[in-house]
Write a protein that binds this ligand. Structure first.
Ligand SMILES: Cc1cc2nc3c(=O)[nH]c(=O)nc-3n(C[C@H](O)[C@H](O)[C@H](O)COP(=O)(O)OP(=O)(O)OC[C@H]3O[C@@H](n4cnc5c(N)ncnc54)[C@H](O)[C@@H]3O)c2cc1C
Length: 222
């Protein structure tokens, strides 16, 4: 497996605790939308701490982009990322991952689990091939929704949100359960893409199967 040192060129805060980080792109580096890579920080003592992050740029861009949620309470890599600056470096490996576009369907994301879908949907958008793809996102608070305006302008009413912890949000409040999915999805005989924390993914996959989704039509990070 190859490793590449890439210089950070841009750090942009997006929403609470989430940063868009762009880096140089090594010559000939390839990935497909939805894939991730192992990233390590190049500060002393951090070089061996590799964490997976997903590319949110397009394969044809001349930079790499990550959209990273940082956790102040983990005392880990993402906490350190919250103080990163242009000129610092990441080391990245080859691209890997099981999430890739297999055709029109429903994308279901919990929190930062939207990142592989950002790359896939941006890719489809620039190819004029968004079709009837739907994106359902669950976040604790409205101000945590990553790239809300961009996703809304790409998907319109096919971008559906639910909020689980905020009092009186403007958007729908409540967890994604069987009733919620059955209200928003007309046909369970289509492609589904699920990404989020482990418990979220397990619950959603269970509901989809119970509702008649075909196991072969489910794409999720294993
Ligand atoms: C394929 C894949 C792609 C991913 N892509 C992205 C992406 O594009 N963007 C993104 O934001 N995330 C992404 N993630 C998630 C990301 O990898 C994790 O958020 C990251 O690894 C967390 O690293 P960390 O060092 O900050 O914390 P961790 O490695 O989770 O933990 C560091 C320390 O904190 C402790 N800790 C862990 N959880 C808690 C807790 N709840 N409270 C207190 N302490 C805790 C641990 O015991 C450990 O000592 C992806 C994950 C996978 C598997």
């Amino acid at each position: 497996m190859a490793n590449f040192k890439v210089k950070i060129t841009e750090v942009t805060p997006l929403v609470t605790n989430v940063f868009r980080i762009r880096t140089e792109k090594p010559a000939g580096y390839n990935f497909s939308p939805g894939q991730a890579t192992e990233v390590s920080l190049q500060y002393e003592g951090w070089e061996k701490e590799k964490r997976p992050f997903t590319f949110t740029c397009l394969p044809k861009d001349n930079f790499l982009e990550f959209t990273i949620k940082t956790y102040e309470d983990h005392q880990g890599v993402t906490k350190r990322i919250s103080t990163i600056a242009p000129g610092d470096e990441f080391e990245i490996g080859d691209a890997w991952g099981t999430i890739n576009y297999k055709g029109e369907g429903v994308f279901i994301a919990g929190g930062a689990g939207v990142t592989p879908f950002l790359s896939i949907l941006r890719d489809l958008h620039q190819k004029g091939a968004l079709g009837y793809n739907q994106l359902i996102c669950s976040n604790k608070f409205e101000d945590e929704i990553i790239c809300y305006d961009e996703l809304k302008s790409m998907l319109g009413d096919r971008f559906i949100n639910t909020i689980t912890k905020q009092n009186e949000p403007e958007l729908h409040i409540g967890r994604i359960d069987k009733e919620y999915l059955q209200a928003h999805i007309k046909d369970f005989n289509q492609q589904f893409y699920v990404c989020g924390p482990q418990g979220f993914t397990k619950t959603i996959l269970g509901i989809l199967k119970e509702s008649g989704a075909n196991a072969e039509g489910l794409v999720f990070e294993q």
